[in-house]
Ligand binder design. Structure first.
Ligand code: ZN
Length: 184
């Protein structure tokens, strides 16, 4: 039986409503909400992987402008998806949730082998996290209607890369919920 974890990537106030707002991401909120709620019921770890930048230091800030600066309201998870005390939170300073974070250690200690990825952006933080997960030997499931990007082209590009290069399985929310309830 696979050992799953659900990752919720960068569903932060700055990315949804703030400085890097993305209206295209609004429709994935109810899908992620539904999925994390089922995951909690089935004792599947829910891990929030959040951008958390250091003002005046992080190189990403010169590329994208100020966003998710540590300590600001914009760096918080949106109210609709607020983590519970049983969820895990990993803070990152680059696109990948694995880069210089304790995500890998957390997943190993939880005996996770299969990552279910949700959040934004399909071709940036979701994809770079998927790439690093592939390098570390994790199986990947990408929830197509629970990830989004600034444009349909970027979204499709991210999905295609993850499927073709990193053998990610692409499913929708209903399919992944069925998978969880059958195999957990
Ligand atoms: Zn960032």
């Amino acid at each position: 039986m696979p050992k799953y974890a659900v990752l919720v990537i960068d569903m932060l106030k700055d990315f949804i409503y703030g400085s890097l707002r993305c209206e295209r991401a609004l429709h994935i909120i109810p899908n992620i909400k539904k999925l994390v709620s089922i995951a909690r019921d089935y004792r599947i770890p829910v891990i929030y992987v959040n951008d958390s930048h250091i003002k005046g230091v992080d190189r990403e800030l010169t590329l994208w402008g100020p966003h998710a600066v540590r300590g600001t309201e914009g760096s918080e998870v949106i109210d609709d998806l607020r983590p519970t005390e049983k969820d895990f939170i990993v803070l990152k300073r680059r696109y990948s949730g694995f880069f210089e974070t304790d995500l890998d250690l957390l997943l190993r200690e939880l005996s996770v082998d299969t990552l279910i990825l949700t959040g934004i952006h399909t071709h940036i933080c979701v994809m770079h996290t998927a790439v690093d997960a592939f390098y570390r030997g994790y199986n990947l499931i990408i929830v197509k209607d629970a990830v989004e990007a600034f444009s349909e082209d970027y979204h499709k590009l991210g999905l295609e890369f993850m499927e073709k290069l990193y053998s990610a399985k692409l499913v929708n929310t209903e399919e992944v919920i069925k998978l969880i309830t059958i195999t957990t």
